[in-house]
Design a protein around this ligand. Sequence first.
Ligand code: ATR
Length: 287
Amino acid sequence: MTIDGKTRTCGLIGNPVEHTLSPVIHNTLAARMGHNLVYVPFPVAEGKVADAVKGAAALNLLGLNVTVPYKSEVIGSLQDIDPLAAHIGAVNTLVRTEGGYKGYNTDMEGLYRALESEGIRIGGEEIILLGAGGAARAVAYLCASKGAERVYLLNRTLEKAQTVASEVNQAVGAEVIVPMALGDYGRLPERRFLAIQGTSVGLFPHVEEAVIEEKEFYQKIHTGFDLIYSPWETRFMRLVRENGGTAYNGLKMLLYQGIIAYELWNNVKVSEEDAMAVYEQMRAYFQ
Ligand code: ATR
């Protein structure tokens, strides 16, 4: 592309940012869609998030993504916040508005689109969700707000599962989330479930770990979706497959959170053809 006087800049703030795939997503989209836009990573030191957002506004950056560890901290620097992001308490996308930036959470809509693109339903379903940290809490909220019948929230620390369940149930006004200890999966109803893996267990380099090992658990799963995409096949995914289920990693969630951010920044709709072309570019990094 040619960078000229009209080129708009978007970027990523976080720490670290060196291994991000987001530039692949946004620069590929800009090239395919003919937008005069560049996307670059900005490492932001601890305590400097507010300065970074202020500087971005002063430089008229079109938009920013926000990654670990600033997704909650950045909320204090926003002009406005989308209600979904406010409920979740985490923002991963900033969109330039007149007075500053408006914050969104496209991670969760990204997960929803990734599930949809694989033909996986949430509405009316009974779902197992592993974990009760920041990521899993957001997934619990997503499932409840998209009409899941029930979400069995299994976590190592039962108290954390209980806290998340009561917060999310209160927010949606229904008893959708059922907190359980990890070891209590034997009490789940006799049937097979969609299971979403939302803990950090199995993330590279700890590729030989899964939050639950027993095959009796995996026999209860028809579809497993791991939010992790590095390694390409997590141990959780392998155990799902070994017990007859279908398994997906989190790369499409990463893809669609980026696509939704790109749509917000540029006020466009990205076609599935463009989305799949970006996905192929991203996949190349795992071969
Ligand atoms: P994230 O932002 O990625 O969600 P987090 O908030 O630190 O990260 O949450 C990590 C999740 O992984 C939690 O659900 C945690 O369980 P606890 O609430 O009991 O701490 C889970 N987790 C991390 N290491 C684990 C392990 N070795 N065994 C089981 N669960 C683990």
